[in-house]
Design a protein around this ligand. Structure first.
Ligand code: NAP
Length: 281
């Protein structure tokens, strides 16, 4: 079994992006910029945002965090987004989720200029992705896609089973695989006989949030299995895939942690640079 080393592949991607930022700096005498808006004091969000800033700076991007207290008015955040939309030094804007209840998530997402939407959540980008056009793609499924392509560059005709249909993971994942000419099945909590569906997959992507849901006998021999799940348990952080069992049948499998996770931030950096490049067109 090939253990898909997300840490290593993410480091290679970051190195490539650093070279790209250096060459942008030489050519245009400026660098792409990422601004993250962080609202409130939710500890995991603070850690994610700090890691995003650190990674952005390491590859030479301009990086800024705008912090607001948890009781900030929605209007204040919307006005800030308007300001960032007009700022030529800002290539990408990300509003860290989750948001406090009094702030309308969809309103915030739709206020971001789609050309600066590094999360790929704006309906404009969602539509472009589903139409097969160029767009920002949500970072986690983009990371999964790049990992799959490392193992199998030609995905045409492969049968892919996506478990989970969230806007964040399952749906964009399915669109990316469809674009690669996979035959895609999207499954969810109402799917009947999930085991039988998974058994058909040359590629299985689990993005559910249930520890070790996907068992060894759900997986076809030599399938590629991508585990998006991050579940805090007494055993520590584990994925949606029963790692030991599945590793005996799969051709390639991502570990948790160290698989998809590191790719998510690397893809945010990639999206920021891609937004900058599209702004030049
Ligand atoms: P989500 O919005 O809660 O969606 C979960 C999906 O799983 C839903 O579509 C749900 O179906 C489906 N589901 C629930 N129970 C199921 C079952 N028994 N069988 C089949 N499908 C089932 O979650 P998410 O935001 O996509 O995140 C999924 C997991 O990925 C979580 O563990 C999260 O922590 C992790 N994650 C990891 C990263 C990373 O960087 N590695 C990034 C983001 C999220 P319904 O639609 O029918 O409810």
């Amino acid at each position: 079994m090939n253990l898909i080393d997300g840490k290593k592949i993410a480091a290679q991607l970051r190195n490539k992006l650093k070279v790209e930022v250096d060459s942008i700096q030489k050519k245009f005498n400026r660098v792409p910029g990422l601004t993250v808006i962080l609202i409130g004091d939710f500890a995991p969000s603070q850690i994610y945002v700090r890691n995003k800033e650190k990674s952005a700076k390491e590859i030479g991007l301009r990086s800024e965090i705008v912090k607001y207290p948890k009781d900030v008015q929605e209007k204040t955040v919307l006005n800030k987004i308007d300001e960032l939309n007009k700022d030529d030094d800002v290539s990408g804007i990300l509003v860290q989720l989750p948001l406090p209840d009094h702030i309308d998530k969809q309103k915030i997402i739709e206020r971001i200029n789609p050309e600066k939407d590094v999360d790929g959540f704006h309906p404009h980008n969602v539509g472009n992705l589903s139409s097969g056009y160029e767009s920002s793609v949500p970072c986690t499924p983009l990371g999964c896609y790049l990992l799959i392509k490392e193992i199998e560059p030609n995905l045409s005709g492969k049968k892919a089973i996506v478990i989970g249909r969230s806007n964040l993971n399952g749906k964009p994942m399915a669109q990316l695989l469809l674009k690669e000419n996979c035959t895609v099945t999207i499954t969810h909590s109402k799917t009947k006989d999930l085991k039988n569906e998974c058994n058909k997959g040359d590629i299985v992507i689990a993005a559910v949030g249930i520890p070790e849901l996907v068992k060894g006998d759900w997986i076809k021999k030599d399938a590629i299995v991508i585990d998006v799940g991050i579940n805090k348990t007494e055993k520590g952080i584990i994925g949606d895939v029963a790692f030991e069992e599945v590793s005996k049948v799969a051709k390639a499998l991502t570990p948790v942690p160290g698989g998809v996770g590191p790719m998510t931030i690397a893809c945010l950096l990639k999206n920021t640079i891609d937004c900058f490049k599209r702004s030049l067109k």
